[in-house]
Write a protein that binds this ligand. Structure first.
Ligand code: RAM
Length: 351
């Protein structure tokens, strides 16, 4: 389905900037222990529930798309107030002050993409003690009521291996250029890739020679890509399971001697990757619809906050235009399958 994401990118960035500023103000205003909230967490009624989204980082185009869906979902699910706050860098310690401020403000639902599965938990537990429901999305944490996962984690790993294997003819050295070293989502996908490389005879001739981390920072990712090619002259391909990493690596390859020689695949936004598919730097990569992830997370938050689910396996809830969703094993809700993008279909997507 297509979610309504017609708000311009400039408008979204302005909104996010305003929200960062208002989060700073809220922090100041609540320093004395005041309570600015009005929902169930602070004794209010169901009609005035509030939801806060804390992504891994704000200055990431992927985040913008996820949160566009999140805000649409929050409105459709009936939240009276929805807010987006978060750090500019993808670090867990930077997320903590935002979690604390939102706890002080009395948010009823905290939707968070964790930069570390444990480091955010002391702050998240305080939010829970104050009455907030905790929804993990995109990148999981060990202290949530449920986790909304974009795709079955193992499938995310398998699709990227299939793509790289195809692109390098089933043999040779490959490397992974990931996000941050502590990112729960990338680490889970990488662990499945390593397991599959070691056990699937189809991949017996593929050797993973390096794992590097661009920290979901464009400049660092670009430099890591450059470093990989220098350190591994026989490299046949790179998997970058992060939209920031794959775009930066593609930019490096596109003007280097390795363009068309060293394969690149992973997880990318069609709008960021289009020119690299058109110029032959990249043939195929994958992703899901990021807006759907935010949308479902908002509905999951409402179902937890209004008491219709607890996050237990088998719980079901209404996810608006996306129909009914079910909580699976380990409290994980799956949004949908991945899509593979190439020259034939990339123009059909606008995110
Ligand atoms: C980056 C982030 C995000 C991840 C996508 C694929 O934008 O690391 O967490 O889900 O890539």
């Amino acid at each position: 389905m297509e979610l309504n994401l017609n708000r311009g990118r400039r408008g979204r960035l302005a909104l996010i900037t305003a929200l960062v500023a208002s989060a700073t103000l809220a922090l100041t205003a609540c320093a004395g222990g005041g309570d600015a909230g009005g929902g169930a967490a602070d004794g209010g009624g169901m009609e005035d529930l509030s939801i806060t989204f804390i992504p891994k980082q704000l200055n990431n185009p992927y985040t913008d798309v996820v949160l566009g869906g999140g805000e649409d979902g929050a409105e459709a699910a009936g939240f009276a107030a929805s807010e987006v706050v978060g750090p500019l860098d993808a670090s867990a310690s930077s997320q903590v002050s935002f979690i604390n401020a939102e706890t002080q403000a009395g948010t009823d639902v905290l939707v968070i993409a964790a930069n570390d599965p444990d480091a955010v938990c002391p702050a998240v537990e305080e939010a829970r003690s104050a009455g907030a429901k905790i929804v993990g999305f995109d990148s999981d944490l060990n202290c949530r009521d449920l986790f909304v996962s974009q795709v079955v984690a193992k499938d995310v790993a398998l699709i990227q291996l299939e793509l790289i294997s195809e692109q390098i003819g089933g043999e040779g050295e490959i490397a992974i250029l990931s996000a941050t070293a502590n990112a729960t989502n990338q680490n889970e996908w990488i662990a499945f890739m390593e397991e599959e490389l070691a056990s699937n005879p189809e991949y017996a001739d593929i050797e993973l020679v390096a794992k590097v981390y661009g920290d979901d920072d464009d400049t660092k990712s670009f430099q890591e890509a450059q470093g990989l090619l220098q350190a591994h002259p026989d490299l046949k391909g790179i998997i970058s399971p992060t939209t920031v990493g794959i775009a930066a690596t593609a930019r490096y390859l596109s003007t280097s001697e390795y363009k068309g020689e060293v394969a690149l695949t992973g997880l990318g936004l069609p709008n960021e990757m289009r020119s690299f598919v058109e110029d032959g730097t990249v043939t195929e990569f994958a992703l899901w619809d990021p807006a759907q992830l935010g949308y479902v997370a908002a509905f999951a938050g409402m179902a937890l906050a209004d008491g219709s689910i607890t996050g237990a396996e088998g719980d079901t809830f209404d996810a608006g235009d996306l129909g009914e969703k079910e909580v699976g094993p380990d409290g994980v809700v799956i949004v949908g399958p991945p899509t593979v993008f190439n020259a034939d279909n990339i123009d059909d997507y606008d995110f």
